[in-house]
Design a protein around this ligand. Sequence first.
Ligand code: ATP
Length: 335
Amino acid sequence: MIEVKNLKKSFENEKEEFHAVNGVSFSVEKGEIFGIIGLSGAGKSTLVRCINRLEEPNEGEVLIDGVDILKLSKEELLKERKEIGMIFQSFNLFMQKTVAENISFPLEISKVPKTEIEKRVDELLEFIDLKEKKYSYPAELSGGQKQRVAIARAIATNPKVLLSDEGTSALDPANTESILSLFKKIVTQYKMTIIMITHQMEVAKDICDRIAVMDSGKIIEENTTEELFRNPKNKITRSFIKNLQEDAIEEKLIAEKFKGSVYRLGYGESTYQAPILSRCMKNYDVELSIISGNVNTIGQSSVGHLNIEITGDEAEKEKAIDYLKENGVTVEEIK
Ligand SMILES: Nc1ncnc2c1ncn2[C@@H]1O[C@H](COP(=O)(O)OP(=O)(O)OP(=O)(O)O)[C@@H](O)[C@H]1O
């Protein structure tokens, strides 16, 4: 069980003290997936980094099965960190190491015997379904595959808790889905506890047992996912849920209104500035109508989606879709 009590972390800005985490308390049971959702700047990353002391809190307690992480000496903390795995939005893999070497790293630090390391690495590769990439380098992997390796590395020492700091935010919907399934597998197979922070309600809603909403360094609402959706009390919570419902309404309207095939295109940093759609229309005998779309800035990168209707001959449509996919756009058929 993890208990966070009255956690505080402030930063000295030019003139005054800024309270990034301002008296946060919550507890998470073993085997639970606990989501912390909030807008940019709410203090989510700082909070989660205080849990494993990547950031030193000013005040409070972080108890993992009764052990207060904040009271540990540097040496004791190094040992206890084995109990806390963490993954990041940007994967943070060692680029000069192979997949197997990345996963071995925490085991080597923990002085696990070589033969045991080899066995554990193979077991983890099987678990994340990436056996064939054992000797590949991170640069040779897709974003989703990189995050699976980062997860294997984070859980290699069989920690009690896995912290995810926007672990799916850089991924397209299909890869997000596969990472969320992996989270579920970690909880059922290894009985770990997961604390995940996200700014996306659609990510939290399908997987979290309970969700806490954070704003200005405080938890402003906390409930089981079902209850939070049924009866959101705070304005910010309601706006997270409303956006989600608007997406669902939009998709229903699209299905009713448009005669042709409708697709949802997902694009990221490498694709959103390129004139892929206009080239697609030039190269193939199809018409593309934009229905709706958006761009979100996540950290340094921009990701977004476009809903489009494609009309034209079936064979041409297929070629156009292949062209989009070849150019790094994810294509999901809505109707
Ligand atoms: N090292 C630091 N020094 C000064 N201020 C900081 C530091 N780290 C974070 N902050 C501030 O604390 C606040 C909370 O930041 P934090 O990264 O925890 O928010 P967040 O909810 O994770 O947002 P995002 O999703 O954009 O990362 C922000 O206003 C940020 O500018």
